[in-house]
Design a protein around this ligand. Structure first.
Ligand code: BTN
Length: 125
């Protein structure tokens, strides 16, 4: 199988940008996430992410973004795939949890979706 490395800058189909800055020996990683879209009316800010990946050629991984501009949390789980041409792709499923006022409102608190990430070649602030 082709190798896939999580380190670096990624962009998803929504236009969100993610930078994975470091991956430790045990697969723990950190970075920042800049979402292109939001449920809130607040100004979107870069937010920190942390997660784990397996140490393998096409690693499975999971990470959390702690949104600094909203009460929500998102988690992604996915796998890093590499193809014959050396192109890497991250296929993920996410859960976005938004804060609810009461237990009775819990049912509406979680959204689910899928994000596909490819490498961002151009640098972006
Ligand atoms: C919020 O609106 O409270 C925080 C931003 C949520 C953005 C979501 S997370 C899943 C999906 N993938 C993205 O890149 N952005 C949206």
């Amino acid at each position: 199988a082709q190798k896939c490395n999580l380190l670096g800058q990624w962009k998803n189909t929504l236009g969100s940008n993610m930078t994975i800055e470091s991956v430790s020996q045990n697969g723990e990683f950190t970075g920042t996430y800049f979402t292109a879209v939001s449920l809130t009316n607040s100004t979107i800010l870069k937010s920190p992410l942390t997660g784990y990946q397996k140490i393998s050629e096409q690693p499975t991984f999971g990470f959390t973004v702690n949104w600094t501009f909203s009460d929500s949390i998102t988690v992604w789980a996915g796998q890093c795939f590499g193809n014959e041409k050396g192109k890497e792709i991250l296929l993920t499923t996410w859960l976005l949890r938004s804060s609810q006022k009461t237990e009775q409102d819990n049912w509406i608190g979680t959204r689910v979706g899928a994000d596909t990430f490819t490498r961002l070649t151009k640098s972006k602030s």
